[in-house]
Design a protein around this ligand. Structure first.
Ligand code: NAP
Length: 303
């Protein structure tokens, strides 16, 4: 048994948000305040919580934030018109359509309408093409958060074997592209994968992004592996649990992300960072230069 490091996404995300807040203050000197608009359709309780958290984080970073709330009876054409209008608004740098949309609405068609420069979720077809081809553009927040969390803990994935369980467009697929671009060797598993446990045992890094509580068992991962637990599930006792059986992993794996407090906060931090990037680009300022400058004088930076 050895000590398992907890990869604290909450603390790391806070450090990133503080850096963005400091960089936003500097960006204001260039005459621009990052603007984020969230479109929330319907009354889904989980979506309401996610939108509230995003609003709070973006406001805390000094952004102008607003939420457009639409009834689930909204017509597809009206929803798309809303996105097209925001595309034209110079005060809006990031547009986020909270998914999933209520039944009857075509999320793909709505996301297709997004200006890629403002698509801070990185999910529109042109964004997908950009991250797949390794071109500049917004990267999807959850997988970008996975990579940044490892980076900020000094964990280099180059040459490492990453086994991703889950192949959704939101997590598994984009993470496979981002990890490949960072020279990891990537295996992607899904519901038809045979011998899932054997694939996981061959991994240096296991990423669980399925949505099934405690699917990944302790003896499915080799001693000393790293586990990124993306899943968020409600346990029988009402508490949040991940896709990995975390109790079985303790003392076995080298490092693990907790649920809650792991990849969730990192996802929001990446949304904030993507929106900051858009705002800086809109006035021809290099966002990374401002962020580096801000990190150097922000307490907790580099966490
Ligand atoms: P999703 O779209 O439902 O995709 C789930 C994936 O898991 C699919 O690829 C599916 O395979 C695969 N799968 C299902 N059962 C499996 C099994 N028994 N063995 C192996 N693979 C299996 O879900 P998602 O949107 O990617 O989300 C996954 C989880 O991450 C959820 O718990 C979600 O709440 C969480 N999440 C968290 C964050 C965050 O910020 N922390 C962000 C996004 C999502 P098929 O493709 O073959 O169906």
């Amino acid at each position: 048994m050895s000590q398992t490091q907890i990869l604290d996404g909450k603390a790391t995300a806070l450090a990133i948000r503080l850096e963005v807040a400091a960089a936003t203050a500097k960006l204001k000197a260039h005459g621009v305040q990052p603007g984020l608009v969230v479109i929330l359709v319907g009354e889904d309780p989980a979506s309401q919580v996610y939108v509230r958290n995003k609003d709070r984080a973006a406001t805390g970073a000094g952004f102008a934030v607003s939420t457009i709330r639409l009834p689930d009876s909204v017509a597809q054409a009206d929803l798309e018109a809303e996105v097209l209008k925001l595309n034209q608004d110079p005060l809006v740098h990031g547009i986020l359509v909270q998914l999933p949309l209520p039944k009857g609405l075509d999320a793909g068609a709505v996301v297709d309408c997004l200006d890629p420069a403002k698509d801070v979720d990185g999910l529109s077809p042109r964004s997908v093409a950009a991250w797949t081809l390794g071109r500049p553009g917004h990267k999807p927040c959850t997988p970008a958060g996975c990579i940044e969390l490892l980076d900020r803990h000094g964990m280099d994935i180059s040459g490492q074997h990453m086994v991703i369980v889950g192949r959704s467009m939101l997590v598994g697929k984009p993470l496979s592209a981002l990890a490949l671009a960072r020279n990891a060797t990537v295996t992607v598993c899904h519901s038809r994968t045979q011998d899932l446990a054997e694939h996981c045992r061959r991994a240096d890094i296991v990423v669980a992004a399925v949505g099934r509580a405690k699917l990944i068992q302790g003896d499915w991962v080799r001693e000393g592996a790293i586990v990124l637990d993306v899943g968020i599930n409600r346990g029988d006792d009402g508490k949040l649990v991940g896709d990995a059986d975390q109790a079985q992993m303790m003392g076995r794996v080298a490092a693990i992300t907790p649920v809650p407090g792991g990849i969730g906060p990192m996802t929001i931090a990446m949304l904030i960072k993507n929106t900051f990037h858009s705002a800086a680009h809109s006035v021809g300022v290099d966002p990374e230069a401002l962020l580096t400058e801000a990190a150097a004088c922000t307490p907790g930076a580099g966490t």
